[in-house]
Design a protein around this ligand. Structure first.
Ligand SMILES: *Cc1c(COP(=O)(O)O)cnc(C)c1O
Length: 287
């Protein structure tokens, strides 16, 4: 079976952010074509013998869309993807995840009901963002790497932070870690995220702790303070962070710093192949 080469376990680096010492779990280094988070969530599929099209749906710049296109390419099957709308500007000037997924052979269709269209299509159906119990196996591997790191460094009071989309990664991490997992909502509000947790796991003792900010940030929109945080991180560390999730993540860490124990590990979820499109938009607006 064709399998991606994954560099596991991923390393842990240390940085200081707003005077907060942070451990950075470098899941961005897992494998370039499945950067980070999605490699963990799709791990169970890597081992499967897939012979029918891979079918999914979601936004036209999603990190999951790109990673699924890489999975389909690896398995030599079609990748069929449904989305609400593709702006004509993007069609004429493909960029970011959309561009990379097309290069991998993605067949993308506009649909008024993308979820329905995907479910009705023949093939291996993968829900938006890979939000399913199939993600548990790969995220459990991440949990085990963290447990080993903590044991090796004799850290007993480790806290974990990662920003959430569907919340799948944070949920399965909390389920398989003896440490407290914190997250913040990046897509939808805290109530949406809580509901996503419940869909995957009814027992609330396994639910991560959600930390929110007063201000509502709409996913994919541009905010000066989020751009500033990303620029600060780029200047003060050797690590490139992602632009949709990480800026909100770090803003939340700074705002809620009193919550955390001495050792805080931030999970870098990768997704850097999507940065080119966001960076262009930010530079156009703020220079
Ligand atoms: C997909 C993604 C997330 C969100 O993961 P969920 O499991 O859906 O919460 C966070 N960060 C990055 C970089 C991602 O690509």
């Amino acid at each position: 079976l064709p399998q991606p080469k994954l560099d596991l376990p991923t390393p842990v680096d240390t940085i200081t952010f707003h005077d907060i010492p942070l451990l950075i779990k470098r899941d961005d280094l897992i494998a370039c074509e499945f950067s980070g988070n999605k490699a963990r969530k799709l791990y169970a599929y890597f081992k499967q013998n897939i012979q029918t099209p891979i079918v999914s749906y979601g936004s036209n710049q999603s990190n999951a869309m790109y990673s699924l296109s890489a999975l389909a390419k690896l398995k030599s099957v079609e990748f069929v993807y449904f989305t609400h709308h593709i702006p004509s500007y993007l069609k004429q000037n493909p960029i970011g995840n959309y561009h990379e997924a097309l290069k991998n052979g993605m067949q993308i269709f506009e649909s008024d009901e993308p979820e329905q269209s995907a479910q009705n299509h023949d093939g291996v159906y993968i829900p938006e963002g890979g939000a399913s119990s199939m993600a548990e196996e790969g995220v459990k591997l991440l949990a085990n790497e963290i447990i080993e790191y903590a044991a090796e460094h004799r850290i007993g009071d480790l806290n974990i932070f990662l920003p959430s989309g569907t919340g799948t990664t944070a949920l399965y991490l909390q389920k398989h870690l003896p440490f407290k997992v914190y997250t913040t909502e990046c897509v939808g509000d805290a109530a949406y995220l809580k509901k996503q947790f419940s869909l995957l796991e009814q027992d609330e003792q396994y639910h991560p702790t959600i930390l929110s900010l007063k201000k509502k940030y709409h996913f994919g929109k541009l905010y000066k303070e989020l751009y500033d945080i990303w620029l600060q991180l780029r200047k003060s560390t050797d690590i490139e962070f992602e632009m949709l999730y990480d800026p909100k993540g770090f803003l939340t860490v700074a705002h809620h710093r009193e919550e955390f124990s001495n050792h805080l590990m931030y999970i870098h979820g990768g997704g850097l192949q999507g940065n080119s499109s966001m960076l262009k938009r930010y530079q156009r607006r703020y220079g």
